[in-house]
Design a binder for this molecule. Sequence first.
Ligand SMILES: [Zn+2]
Length: 547
Amino acid sequence: MLKSESAKHTHTHTHRCAMELFTAIINAASLSFVLAGAGVHWTYKEGSLDQIHWPDEYPSCGGRKQSPIDIQRRNVQFNPHMLQLEMTGYGEVKNGNFLMINNGHSVQINLPSTMKITKGLPACYTAVQMHLHWGGWDLEASGAEHTVDGIRYMAELHVVHYNSDKYNSFDEAKDKSDGLAVLAFFYEDGHFENTYYSDFINNLENVKYAGQSMNISTLNVRSMLPENLAHFFRYEGSLTTPPCYESILWTVFDTPITLSHNQIRKLESTLMDLENKTLWNDYRMAQPLNDRVVESSFLPRLGKGTFCRQEEIEAKLLNIESMITSLGKHIHSDGGYRPPNKDPQAIFPLVLNFPASKLESYALMSLAQPMNLHSFTVCMNLRMHVRPVHTVLSYSTSANENELTITMGYEVGLWIGNEFVNLPHELSPRAWTHYCLTWASHTGGAELWVNGALGKEQYLRAGYTIPPGGDLILGKDQDGFLGISDSDAFVGYMTDVNIWDYVLGPEEIQKGMSCERNSEKGNVLNWGVTRMSLYGGVQLETEHKCS
Ligand SMILES: [Zn+2]
């Protein structure tokens, strides 16, 4: 039904969309329907009108098309004809007057009627408000409403629209079967602050108590959404709060929005409910799908066997990758866009955590300049767990597995062109330590610097050149071409890995130990600038020895 209708309707309705401006202004005022249920307040968990008992007071809550649902990717029907949504007016609006209110169940922002979905749905829909659902009951509690293969994300955003082709207001539309359209987005937690949410999250303090509200003058909803809006699920459902009218065409996006731990914690712990208790876990449990079908705009990648986990891991990895790239973009765009290759500013702090539970984790570096080393300096900051051997870095070509490999333990192991030397070392587990290793082909001399102190020189592979064309990975040993072995995996934190194609002098090495951000960066591997791909559960951390 959706595909044929939306194709037809978008044409005829596009121009009408633009005319709805004034009628929608009235709607924003009539939004307090959530507060209106006088008498006993409905709740999620406590009291006589908890979610199990909603149908007693609100019959629609016991219907057969209720929301939220658990989206089971295996049973989703891919619809290649589903149109992408076209959202207009979602960008920055200045000098506005948008009410942000704590309605006792959530925080809601009333939206301008200039925000519309003009394509991709069976009609033109005008935005009314957006609000969130979250967890936080204990540290681990997630609070999204929809779940995907049983997995509950941290939180969920709902952007509510009404069918402005057919109805004059949200109130008129809210109980009609074709009345509303809601866009739903998941939140997951990451290690970096999402600056597009900073104002919103700081403002929560101003609407701490139920019924409190404030005005926001600038709003940019688009920036609060994920970049990728192409992958979504679609189904027919209901309001997820009483009176649970079965009037919503749901669009649930697959790509989550990332907030930092702190941002999620603030969201979960700032607001109070109608009884002056911290407002948390304001989500409804999944409702039966009954005879409904969930469609998707994309083909979820279903692996073999353990596809849930694999999917989850892949999605996480993609997110991390896009995070690194988009963070790079964000920093570069600061003060006017600069092309990424011209004098790029490094991401800081960029700390990789190779967890003990994920021995398979590693980072693959995409060097801007190929390795071709007559000599080198490798420097890094490490904080290692107790473990006999950690493989920090391995560069391998089709000719030599250990073209250049560095291991750390109670001695430092160095391979060059498959030959090996030991450099004596006292490992201090769980403390940040600064290491530099240098090697010069003309003598074969290799030196180890630990926290700026030079050790005894060793010799190997005089006259050798480390050739280009191999793969450089961090955190793992390589057996043959990317045949990666878990046996001597790196476990701990790694940052500031830089490689130069020459030998650094003592002053430069000392300077590299300092916490100055503009200290020397490698010309072969430039930490925070050289692109990398993370695999197998490498985590990004912000805890740096300099932070
Ligand atoms: Zn909602």
